[in-house]
Design a protein. Structure first.
Length: 118
């Protein structure tokens, strides 16, 4: 993943606010926490680059899965950035588990990579 350096002590707090805004679908707050050139290492086909593409992806998730419930663990810093694990439960009963690794720059999310882990 490319997209920025881990900031000082603020990185975990930035990611916590970012994840909270995503889970709640607060797109204005979500967008404000993204660098304009945010690097999404897992873009959708034809997703625009940067902040606009990440916000679009979030909006589409919330529009398509209105009944989904997301529970996220507290972010944890490691040598490669900040890691967050979350579980999504869909109305169909499907339960998925995810792990994201995030980097920050100047108190915004500079990049992230997400993988399904269950």
């Amino acid at each position: 993943m490319t997209g920025g350096d881990v900031a000082g002590g603020a990185d975990v707090a930035v990611i916590a606010r970012f994840v909270d805004a995503f889970v709640a679908g607060r797109l204005d707050e979500f967008a404000a926490l993204l660098a304009a050139d945010c690097d999404d290492a897992n873009p959708m086909p034809h997703q625009p680059p940067g902040r606009a593409g990440v916000v679009l992806k979030c909006a589409l998730f919330h529009a398509e899965h209105r009944d989904a419930r997301v529970w996220a663990a507290a972010p944890v810093r490691d040598a490669g950035g900040v890691v967050v694990e979350w579980t999504t439960t869909f109305a169909s009963g499907l339960v998925t588990r995810w792990r994201g690794r995030f980097t920050t720059r100047a108190r915004v999310v500079a990049g992230f990579e997400v993988a399904r882990v269950g």
